[in-house]
Design a protein around this ligand. Structure first.
Ligand code: UD1
Ligand code: CA
Length: 455
């Protein structure tokens, strides 16, 4: 049987108090709906149907993938109505899995367990035992311990409210069953809604068996209604990520002061000091050390490299045994070779820096190509922008740039040339030449300082 996944995401999410649709709020740097989609896709479904409300444009444009069909539920008449809206897009003889855009941490493994027994004579329900079942639909069982119904909190008797096994909302059934049950739902209940949960009693009436599965951990089925709950799941994910890193051989000076918003791939003996943030995809090779308060986004860092405190790196590639920071800013397109040094208050952008080269202090190097063993003195600036165009600076192998040099691009300094400190270099320098481009010093002998007139 083909698998069709239906993700309910039409709710307003008014308790988020936000202009952003609820399912677009992020956990670990990724919208909640993207988390659900990842778990759904891991099951190789034929199609994923997402039920959205009327202000759905923002959501749809963020996920315009070909395996998704969008279904607009104009009025939110209940979970049963929402799934019914998706039915016309689902073929007969398929398995249907119901997920929720605001229940982001559901795991693929839990779902495959849930799906296994589904057929025309058997459906599956994901339930959980809660110490505090307040607000959830309760699982009602007969004396033979078989599930016979789900009763919503608002419709439950006192005896039913004492039940601690709750409906997570996640369930799976055949499309044939759903097509016969959903049109028969009524909204004659405390909330005047078409409850998806009422199909349980219908399954019982039709002799369709009800299999029950449970999640590995409760956070998998936790829904998000406000920013407090969003934060609880964020902390849960961050803690798990930190634990996995430590077990894989990474030292974290404090796992509670690390944030991974994306994917961090770290080899053994990586050391990460406190308050570091990793975004996008970051790869750290063996023995990399990251000082406190660093932010790395979409970077690859080679073996043994040290990134000192307060450095910010984005879309950059760093070789082995390099030394970066403290207070370095590597902007997109920076590629540093092995044994390079980029020191404090240095900004680089689209800069290729060859092996062994150093930019140690207070410089801007942008749209530049540096060979090997180049030494860029303190306060050097590549003047890469004339207000309209960006131009390139090329420094050959072994070039020595004196302090406080302005390299006015386009300009090329050939290998082993030397630039005198304080130069404004506007034309190319041939190899091994010394270029001095500043006013010559004049010494005036016998110079008298002005004196104050006595009054
Ligand atoms: C539902 C279940 C309840 C379960 C709980 C778990 C029903 C009737 N009840 O209750 O048994 O314990 O989830 O959290 O199913 N949605 C739509 N369209 C609608 C209505 C809802 O897309 O017309 C979506 C919402 O965006 C939300 C989800 O479905 O993500 C659940 O809806 P909600 O009304 O919050 O259900 P609960 O009352 O929590
Ligand atoms: Ca409700």
């Amino acid at each position: 049987m083909d698998l069709h996944v239906v993700i309910l995401a039409a709710g307003k999410g008014s308790r988020m108090k936000s202009r952003i649709p609820k399912v677009m709020h992020c956990i670990a740097g990724k919208p909640m709906l993207a988390h659900v989609l990842d778990s759904a896709r891991a099951l190789n479904p034929a199609k994923i149907h997402i039920v959205v409300g009327h202000e759905s444009g923002q959501v749809e444009s963020a996920f315009d993938d070909s395996d998704i069909s969008w279904i607009e539920q104009r009025e939110q008449l209940g979970t049963g109505h929402a799934v019914r809206e998706a039915l016309p897009a689902i073929p007969d003889n398929a398995k249907v899995l119901i997920l929720y855009g605001d229940v982001p941490l559901i795991q693929g493994r839990t779902l495959s367990d849930l799906l296994a027994p589904v057929s025309d004579s058997s459906m599956s329900l994901l339930t959980a035992e809660l110490d505090d079942p307040q607000g959830y639909g309760r699982i009602i069982r007969n004396i033979a311990d078989e599930v016979i119904a789900i009763v919503e909190q608002k419709d439950a008797t006192d005896e039913q409210l004492a039940v601690q096994e709750v409906n997570t909302g996640i369930l799976a059934a055949s499309s044939n069953c759903l097509k016969s049950w959903l049109p028969a739902l009524s909204n004659d209940n405390a909330q005047g809604e078409y409850y998806l949960t009422d199909i349980i009693a219908m399954a019982v009436a039709d002799d369709v068996e009800i299999e029950v599965a449970q999640p590995e951990y409760l956070e998998e089925v936790q829904g998000v209604n406000n920013r407090l709950q969003l934060c609880e799941l964020e902390c849960f994910v961050q803690t798990r990520q930190a634990e996995q890193l430590m077990l894989a051989g990474v030292t974290l000076y404090d796992p509670n002061r690390l944030d991974i918003r994306g994917e961090l791939i770290a080899s053994q003996d990586v050391i990460i000091d406190i308050n570091c943030v990793f975004e996008g995809r970051v790869e750290l090779a063996e023995g990399v050390e990251i000082g406190p308060n660093c932010v790395l986004k979409d970077c690859v860092v080679g073996k043994g490299t040290r990134i000192h405190a307060h450095s910010v790196l984005e879309s950059s590639e760093i070789g082995e045994d390099a030394n970066i920071g403290p207070f370095a800013r590597l902007r997109p397109g920076t590629k540093l070779g092995n044994q390079t040094k980029v020191g404090n208050f240095v900004e680089t952008k689209k800069a290729l820096v060859g092996e062994g080269s150093k930019i140690n202090h207070l410089s801007y190097v942008g749209d530049a190509e540096l060979g090997r063993n180049v030494n860029v003195g303190a306060g050097t600036i590549t003047c890469n922008y004339d207000g309209v165009n960006k131009s390139k600076t090329v420094l050959g192998d072994g070039v020595f740039v004196g302090s406080n040099t302005a390299l006015v691009a386009p300009v090329s300094v050939e290998s082993n040339a030397t630039i005198g400190a304080g130069s404004v270099v506007t034309s190319d320098v041939p190899e091994e030449n010394l270029a001095v481009a500043r006013a010559r010093q004049k010494n005036i002998s016998g110079w008298k300082r002005p004196v104050k007139e006595s009054s």
